[in-house]
Write a protein that binds this ligand. Structure first.
Ligand code: SAM
Length: 225
């Protein structure tokens, strides 16, 4: 897979962006922000675990909606210092496409201007009122093994495992485990068996919990001591 290619987008009538390369939407057709809050934020016990220096990491930055939802929650939790959000993305979206996609979520769009301005200038590391964001471009199968850090909470948000299996493979899940701090967690919208087995093999206690909307199950887990 070539590095730093841009995302090619088509749009559903509902305004949801779809990645042409993967033939899959970037977020829930029902309500992407509510799904993010249910799956990734509650799924990682946030905001309760926010503390100075807490580090969130994500596979699949996409529109930045998860990042902005995390920023909003962090801000409402009193903006503890040194909280970081690192995301891995192979096919960055154009700033105009991101702005259009975020238009569906006024709460997120309202705080997105500094992010969109940095992103439009090609800046991938920026700071939102003390919330530090770093987007590492390139195929996560290469960039995550080279990452010199560990996350306290992972958002596993590739496209569906059937359409984007490379972002859910056993080797990459092992890398997620190896880049998780003691007591760290993951959450993902999928309950696909091979993903759950891969995360178990990577060192997580994996549990199935109620999914968002029409999805019966999602998965979450904690790194075994
Ligand atoms: C469902 S979207 C993520 C949505 C995003 N979290 C948001 O808040 O909008 C999946 C993302 O994974 C990215 N992706 C797919 N394969 C990848 C790979 N091998 N390495 C890194 N990113 C990848 C896609 O380009 C896409 O942006």
């Amino acid at each position: 897979m070539a590095k730093n290619q841009n995302a090619d987008i088509t749009w559903k009538d509902s305004g949801v962006p779809v990645a042409t390369r993967f033939d899959d939407p970037y977020f829930s057709l029902e309500d992407g922000l509510a799904e993010t809050r249910h799956v990734f934020l509650s799924g990682n016990d946030l905001p309760a675990r926010f503390a100075p220096g807490f580090h969130v990491a994500e596979l699949g930055f996409g529109t930045g909606l998860n990042m902005l939802a995390t920023f909003l929650l962090w801000r409402d939790a009193g903006a503890p210092t040194g909280v970081r959000f690192t995301s891995f993305e192979a096919f960055p979206m154009a700033a105009d496409d991101i702005a259009k996609a975020l238009g569906a979520f006024p709460e997120a769009r309202a705080v997105a201007a500094p992010f969109l301005s940095a992103w439009g200038d090609g800046v991938r590391s920026f700071d939102l009122d003390g919330f530090a964001v770093d987007v590492i471009t390139g195929d996560a199968r290469q960039t995550l093994p080279a990452w010199q850090d560990k996350a306290d909470a992972w958002f596993l948000d590739g496209f569906s495992p059937a359409k984007n299996p490379e972002l859910w493979g056993d080797e990459l899940m092992k890398q997620v485990g190896a880049h998780t701090a003691p007591g760290g967690t993951f959450a993902t919208y999928t309950a696909a068996g091979f993903v759950r087995r891969g995360l178990d093999a990577a060192g997580f206690d994996v549990e199935r919990s109620p999914g968002y909307g029409r999805k019966r199950h999602m998965s979450r887990g904690t790194l075994r001591p």
